[in-house]
Design a binder for this molecule. Structure first.
Ligand SMILES: Nc1ncnc2c1ncn2[C@@H]1O[C@H](COP(=O)(O)OP(=O)(O)OP(=O)(O)O)[C@@H](O)[C@H]1O
Ligand SMILES: [Mg+2]
Length: 297
């Protein structure tokens, strides 16, 4: 299969767009266990950045620190130059949205309703308006539904709008999580293993979706064990091992770094059969399995 790699912004483009996320010296300890050790990470406007590493390396914990689910033991997380308070709803309001490694949808709500829930941080109508249900409320509700339907079309779920979320196949539930995250109109989207459990076709479609999201002006930070997905997609990749950032660089630099090969990839990518365009065909989970069944604390 030939994989086309869309035009990507150069680091200079990204710098021109400015820094969105800046994590500095993030440490997360759980009792005697240090899950994240002094990690710095920057995401610039226009970038797709990958975060990889073996199971238990601290990737999800780091996402939880970025999004206010955990209060880091030490360190700061800033978005557009302002330090974020460690409260999930304030982080979402500031402009960061995320999906979860273990899908978190409202199973008994429709697909459309799930996306509407994701819009609540962006709707100005308050409780009073919702109770009174005046013209302002109805107008806002209509606009929200229109935007939600747009997002369902964008993620390829428009024809499933009235289905219950729990009846969607697994791959579509992952897409719905992305649609719901986009509903908060983020400037930065964090994806935790967006292709876990997907077949190769769904994975390729998700790759295209992430490029399309970036093309809409939303930067992306993505955790994934599928190395082909990561190296095709990312402008920059950071590698976490035992809570520490081992290496950070372009896909090319990271996939050829001997420390990364030893600690995670297991074998050099050159060993894998290449596509016609020279892209190594090896997929992920060489050295590490996805942790679908594990708890996403
Ligand atoms: N709430 C918690 N309490 C105690 N330990 C935790 C907690 N959350 C995470 N950990 C521990 O922190 C370490 C990092 O876990 P984390 O889930 O962040 O890894 P990960 O890199 O996302 O792994 P995977 O690729 O398997 O999803 C693990 O040892 C895990 O057991
Ligand atoms: Mg994880």
């Amino acid at each position: 299969m030939t994989t086309t790699i869309p035009q990507q912004p150069t680091p200079a483009d990204a710098a021109a767009g400015g820094t969105l996320l800046q994590a500095r010296g993030v440490i997360m300890r759980f009792g005697g266990l240090t899950a994240v050790r002094n990690v710095d990470l920057t995401v610039n406007s226009g970038e797709i950045v990958g975060l990889i590493g073996p199971n238990g390396a601290g990737k999800t914990t780091f996402f939880n620190c970025l999004t206010g689910l955990y209060v880091p033991t030490e360190g700061t997380v800033s978005y557009r130059g302002t330090v974020l308070p460690p409260k999930p709803h304030l982080v979402t309001k500031a402009g960061i949205a995320r999906t979860f490694q273990n899908i978190r949808l409202f199973a008994n709500m429709t697909v459309l309703e799930n996306v509407l829930v994701g819009r609540h941080t962006r709707t100005r109508e308050g409780l009073f308006s919702a109770i009174v249900r005046g013209p302002g409320f109805h107008k806002a509700e209509r606009a929200s539904r229109e935007r939600a339907m747009e997002l369902l079309a964008f993620t390829g779920l428009a024809d499933k709008a009235e289905h219950l979320a729990r009846n969607l196949p697994y791959g579509e539930q992952r897409k719905l999580e992305i649609a719901r995250a986009l509903a908060s109109e983020p400037g930065l989207l964090l994806l935790d293993e967006p292709t876990a459990g997907m077949n190769p076709q769904e994975t390729r479609a998700t790759e295209e979706l992430v490029f399309a999201i970036r093309d809409q002006g939303i930067a992306v930070l993505v955790i994934e064990h599928d190395m082909r997905f990561i190296f095709n997609l990312c402008d920059r990749v950071a590698v976490l091992v035992q809570g520490e950032k081992l290496v950070e660089g372009t896909s090319e630099v990271v996939q050829n770094d001997e420390r990364v090969i030893a600690a995670y990839l297991g074998e050099p990518f050159e060993g894998a059969p290449a596509d016609e365009d020279g892209t190594p065909a090896a997929t992920a989970d060489d050295a590490s399995t996805t942790s679908e069944q594990e708890n996403d604390r």
